[in-house]
Design a protein around this ligand. Structure first.
Ligand code: ADP
Length: 433
């Protein structure tokens, strides 16, 4: 799928770049050809300018060695100084198109030029055309002259073989340059498309893993529920009391599924950036007391001692629901992973600028290797045991981590296998204490 996408992206970028390059090369060619022919046209126009008498050829004494004559001869600037006088051909005709003076002796050429002379008769401005003659290509200016009682046509033409040769050389260079640039541009587009796809690939893989993990997590409670239901349905004659164990199983799994779907929904919203944390000044001491209150019964049931050291009136700029959830996850985990007769302590303190929440337990502990992964989604140290003892989903700490980062804080863990764990959350209080 990504290969196809990369190919499409590279093609798309490549075509745009190639079009730009072709446009650029075309502009270069057109510019060069225009400026070359402008030089030729100036030569033709300047020569025609000097025709005063239709019986007399214009003075053609200019050449590079005779700068003085050259300057006095041409009033219009920009004459093509490289062209020698012998290359400029002039035909002067009367109003009946009979030749009155010329420096051209080739009859065939004179005949060919007559057609253009006829077209120029009566015209206001000179016409300029390219023409093919046996000697090569020429550019012809034909101008109707009507002054000092004389009417006729002035024709001036020069060979443009040199210009054509230069332009065809230019085309070869530009085509070569074009092919070389296309190879380079296609390679660059391919590399860039590959780079552009890296973040998309990563998020696609994450999404894929997320869906796979979520469906796996949902399948387990569903299987337990289905099996329990089948057993209950198979014991029609038995009372509810007799099937209590199976019904309790169903209840536990329903709770787990509901928590799991809530967590999944939350994470999906986080990924889609649909969740906005609403921050206001909240009393963290009060929030912690409330959450501890909710766990009191559980502490008693599991025979775990609860030690709290909560500084009063610690407030911060944060989201009340999120902070409650964070503390809930940390205490819940501490109870889940601490055996009976153990101890969980919760501490809240503030110094200038920061708030510290510490949840310490005397539970099973987390290995160095697992510490690096416990904040990842669906990561559970011992999947089988975690489900058995705790109805864990592996999403708690990743949600806790998200809440902490939304508050611009940090969460870290210290733990020793078999001795216990200590989770510390540091949150900036944003000047509220
Ligand atoms: P779960 O729902 O499985 O508890 P969490 O994301 O909250 O998911 O935790 C991830 C894993 O980190 C847990 O499965 C557990 O193995 C480990 N863990 C978390 N807190 C503790 C703790 N206090 N003591 C020991 N292990 C812990």
């Amino acid at each position: 799928m990504f290969k196809k996408l990369r190919f499409k992206l590279a093609m798309h970028n490549g075509v745009i770049l190639i079009l730009f390059m072709l446009l650029f090369l075309t502009v270069i060619y057109l510019f060069m050809s225009k400026s070359l022919f402008m030089r030729v046209d100036r030569t033709l126009q300047n020569t025609a300018y000097w025709v005063e008498d239709l019986k007399q050829l214009p003075p053609q004494r200019f050449n590079r060695r005779d700068e003085e004559t050259d300057k006095s001869l041409f009033k219009v600037k920009g004459i093509d100084r490289d062209r020698t006088p012998f290359e400029i051909n002039v035909i002067l005709r009367d109003d009946k198109l009979n030749i009155t003076a010329t420096n051209v002796d080739d009859k065939e050429i004179l005949l060919k030029m007559r057609k253009y002379a006829r077209a120029a008769v009566g015209g206001e401005s000179p016409s300029i055309t390219n023409l093919e003659i046996p000697e090569g290509k020429v550019r012809v200016l034909s101008e109707f002259l009507n002054s000092k009682g004389q009417a006729g046509v002035v024709q001036v033409f020069v060979s443009i073989d040199r210009e054509i040769a230069f332009l065809s050389g230019l085309i070869t260079v530009l085509v070569g340059l074009g092919i070389f640039s296309i190879i380079i541009l296609v390679t660059i587009s391919w590399v860039l498309a590959g780079k552009a796809l890296i973040p998309i690939k990563t998020s696609w893989q994450q999404q894929k893993d997320f869906i796979a993990d979520a469906s796996h997590e949902l399948r387990t409670p569903l299987t337990v529920m289905q099996t329990s239901l089948e057993i209950v349905l198979g014991n029609r004659e038995q009372t509810i009391g007799e099937n209590y164990k199976w019904l309790q199983n169903i209840e536990t799994e329903t709770k787990l599924m509901s928590q799991l779907t809530n967590d999944l929904l939350l994470l999906a919203k986080v990924d889609a950036q649909q969740i906005q944390i609403e921050k206001k000044f909240v009393d963290l001491s009060e929030i912690i007391q409330k959450v501890i209150g909710e766990f009191e019964q559980l502490f008693q049931n599991k025979n775990i001692a609860m030690i709290k050291k909560v500084q009063n009136n610690v407030s911060l700029l944060g989201d009340e629901f999120g902070l409650k959830r964070l503390i809930y996850i940390l205490i819940d985990n501490a109870i889940k992973y601490t055996p009976p007769l153990g101890q969980v302590s919760l501490q809240l303190e503030a110094d200038s600028g920061n708030v510290y929440i510490t949840v310490t337990d005397t539970g099973i502990g987390i290995s160095e290797q697992d510490k690096e992964h416990i904040f990842e989604r669906f990561y559970r140290v011992d999947k089988a045991r975690s489900r058995e003892t705790s109805s864990g989903t592996g999403l708690g700490l990743s949600i806790a981590n998200w809440i902490v980062s939304e508050h611009n804080g940090k969460i870290k863990v210290n733990s020793e296998m078999g001795k216990g764990s200590c989770f510390t959350v540091i949150l900036p209080d944003n000047g509220s204490n």
